[in-house]
Ligand binder design. Sequence first.
Ligand code: A2R
Length: 317
Amino acid sequence: MTETHILMPAPMPAAVIAALDARFTLHRLWEQPDPDAYLAEHAPAIRGLAANTLAGRVDDALFDRLPALEIVANFGVGYDNIDAQAAAARGIMVTNTSGVLDAEVADLALGLLLATVRRLPQADRYVREGRWEQGSFPLSPTLRGRTVGILGLGAIGQQIARRLEGFDVAIAYHQRTRRDDRGYTYHDTPVALAAACDVLIAIVPGGAATRHLVNAAVLEALGKDGIFINVARGSVADEAALIAALREGTILAAGLDVYADEPHVPAELRAMDNVVLLPHLGSASEQTRAAMGQLVVDNLVSWFDTGKALTAVPETA
Ligand code: A2R
């Protein structure tokens, strides 16, 4: 054990805690009866932070309290819980778990899309409730002949697109940068993309720049046969506008893995039959979560051994 002090504000998988314990002096803030007093006492020694979405905002207010902080290692590819610009301004490194979960989230996106279009959870409920014996399940919509729009053709978005190629659908995308090397049709606004598609999959990062990117106008453009899939962040969609669009038939259906105020899902959404709701499962397989945890550990070890992070976010790369 060295005297390098790492702060963990909220619990992480046991393997991560064990690995960090073996290598560093690990401060488990959530176990302290008075976290604030504990932090005040130990803050001057803290050089690394192991963060996740349960840890609360990692921003200037926390950085002010941690004068020796060198690195924030985030458990997750999305780091909208961290003010990475503020970290960069102070010379604090921020890492995420990019690269080890892209395929898992893309698999989930395709599963959610198929479940939503073919109404698989509804059909499962139909069998369990003994309703098949009274008659066949109603015919579903189809993926056949659809154009799928990907909002955010980044690392995960490209894996979604590659999987969609196997489904023989037309693929289009929007993001701020046009990428002609990616072989899909580009649209220069979210509304233009939605107008050209009847499935819209959101897979952009969260945060202020993408807040309510999917708004009432985008849903209107998606149209009455439209299906919206959100595997990005709840903040990316205007949830009130989405509920209204589903209620009024502005769009046909939605498959959601993320929500504005997790783990709270609006009652109106839960009561709707034309939505498939998942409890933020994107990367949530045993294998992928283990790989993410290992990358959190590896980033901290690499930083304190060599002064280099493995997967720095763009703001601090
Ligand atoms: O806009 P660009 O050219 O920087 O493309 C990025 C796009 N993007 C946006 N598109 C439209 N409006 C924006 N304001 C905007 N901001 C970013 O999202 C890029 O193509 C994509 C993000 O790709 P990556 O950085 O490779 O992220 P990754 O690993 O695909 O994950 C995306 C998000 C995570 O941050 C989690 O929130 C969620 O998926 O699991």
